[in-house]
Design a protein. Structure first.
Length: 274
């Protein structure tokens, strides 16, 4: 039985590892690989066995230039997978959606956490769904367009403060909220790099942070590796940079096994340094 308080308490320890499961035909990295229930369920089990602490299931690509899908199509993609994964593993399931209708049925089907890329600000019914369920909520920073002239850390803080106000008004417990700076969403490559360099500044908001850097375009840009699937080294390096700033209570990744090894080695090293 999932206990949201016990789950949130785990965020005070070493970073948790969230494995990405895109049940979509067009996601930027793994689109089409897991858009059928059988391969998706098998991959979720594989990630759980490799050490994922959370399985994040999404049914709509949010890559730049993606084609939006309605709630019904999103649910057709993810609901069989959520039910099967919930029955197969004990790993908590998060659902990557900004639609309240999808969040509601996903929670009823066995999901435990909502991961909203618009931080409760796109669907006005989302906050009530989360409040009624009493589940953890991940609020991500997002923008409709890139503005290269703004201070992105300041913009992230202002956006997420609005998310927190919406959550408060709906009755969502503050101690069940995780914040996400939204790397690559409405940000230039240079802005994403700047946010990574300064992500420790977001600790002043006083809430756990989820870091979603896996295979992002800015990593490929600055490492000189344009092939999405070949960005593991850059992703590992970027995640460790966030962890070293104390600003990564959850890291969201495609490649679970190497990140599990990285986190386990970092924990072993920290143990002998204390």
């Amino acid at each position: 039985m999932f206990d949201p308080d016990a789950f949130m308490a785990r965020l005070a320890g070493p970073p948790l590892l969230m494995g990405i499961l895109n049940v979509t035909p067009d996601s930027f990295s793994d689109g089409g690989q897991f858009d059928a229930s059988g391969p998706a369920i098998a991959h979720a089990i594989e990630m759980a066995n490799a050490g994922a602490d959370i399985i994040d299931i999404g049914g709509e690509s949010t890559r730049p230039g993606h084609t939006p899908v309605d709630a019904e199509a999103e649910q057709r993609r993810i609901m069989p997978v959520i039910r099967a994964v919930a029955a197969a593993v004990e790993t908590p399931i998060s659902v990557d959606t900004y639609k309240a209708a999808t969040a509601r049925v996903a929670l009823d089907a066995g999901a435990h956490i909502i991961n909203d890329i618009w931080g409760l600000q796109r669907d006005p019914l989302m906050a009530k769904v989360v409040a009624d369920a009493g589940c953890p909520i991940i609020c991500m920073h997002n923008r409709d367009a890139i503005d290269p002239d703004i201070d992105m850390i300041a913009d992230i803080k202002a956006f997420l403060e609005r998310s927190l106000e919406i959550a408060h008004q709906a009755g969502i417990q503050t101690d069940r909220i995780i914040l996400d700076p939204g790397f690559g969403f409405g940000k230039s490559f240079e802005q994403s790099l700047d946010v990574l360099a300064r992500v420790g500044e977001l600790q002043t908001m006083g809430l756990p942070l989820l870091i979603g850097l896996s295979r992002k375009g800015f990593i490929g840009h600055f490492s000189g590796n344009k092939e999405v699937g070949d960005r593991l080294a850059g992703t590992l390096s970027a995640n460790m940079a966030a962890i070293n700033q104390g600003a990564a209570q959850v890291i969201r990744v495609h490649a679970v096994k190497p990140h599990r090894e990285m986190l386990d080695f970092a924990s072993a090293l920290a143990a002998v340094q204390t």
